[in-house]
Design a protein around this ligand. Sequence first.
Ligand code: SF4
Ligand code: SF4
Length: 359
Amino acid sequence: MSKVSIVECKTYELEEVKRAIEIAMGKADFPDISGKKVLLKPNILSDAAPEKCVTTHPVVLKAVIQLVRERGAGEILVGDSPALQNGGFKPKISQLNQICEEEGVEWVDFTIKPISKKLPIANHKVAMARIIDDVDLSISLPKFKTHEFMYMTGAMKNMFGLMPSVRKSAQHVRHPSRSSFARMICGISSVAKVEFAIMDAVMGMEGPGPGNGYPRAVNKIIAGKNPLAVDIAQATMMGYDPMKMPVIKCALENQIMEISSVDQVEYPLISAKDVIIKDFQRIGNNQPSDLDDHESEHLQRPAPQFDDDKCIYCKKCINICPAKALTFEEEKVCIDETKCIRCYCCHEVCPVSAISIPH
Ligand code: SF4
Ligand code: SF4
């Protein structure tokens, strides 16, 4: 069994957040970290203002740093590597860099001399932040959010950020279907040394996440030793069938995270089934289809649509597109749908919600 603590937390007041995380840690068997080197991995995505609910909230990071320090960590490091940010990036808009400075912890640049790691499950090598070989353990700090491609983000998918910068895009070409991409995420989670996950679900995101959805008060901190179990709790609260979430299904089937069934999650405080958000805006507002198991399922998915009136011509979508399906012609973004692999990376990075995914 894997324990997941769900704790009420209604504001981003530091004392309330810290109290909620401390309770969650205590009830979900937080590991002994005394003297250890710990990497904290928030979800930054594209570095947005905290009120947009794209990133892990700075107060959650501050509370975790203080609690990890109080529990005797030898060294605390913080890092993430958004796809369109190169070396030297610091998360200023999301205020996470400011928290690192206030707390005197090091922000790690994942792009410096990445290492090569062979991923189990996916069975190939990827570039990964060098720091992962240097720390004793990592703590995943995801945000409670929907995700157009994978239905939801989560504690496991959050560790995809260990792959430096735009190198992540190439994985979409290699793994275009949801089931294949899930194998790659499971492979990363297997080597990411995650020994605890603390999800910021005080304010979450519903609708067209992970970058352009709508803030939604969830009023919870969700935490546990097993990132898969935390993801099962999140999926349940969102109203999804957890077994239809590609990453959860793949992880359970391959038994890479100790448990082999959603029934092996134990809730010492609030049960996820008792706090399902009944009107939560899921992706497509439906349950995912069984089609997701097919390797060519991406060819059935809708291509993104572009709103020329909203576009500010930043070209971020063009720069991130791993299939080179986008061009800029006659002052508007044009898509070649025969090249598009429906990864929705363009949708993730658009700063003005000019890209939508039809459902
Ligand atoms: S156009 Fe968008 S969805 Fe299509 S391949 Fe490019 S980034 Fe992915
Ligand atoms: S990312 Fe959005 S705003 Fe920027 S060019 Fe693409 S559609 Fe336009």
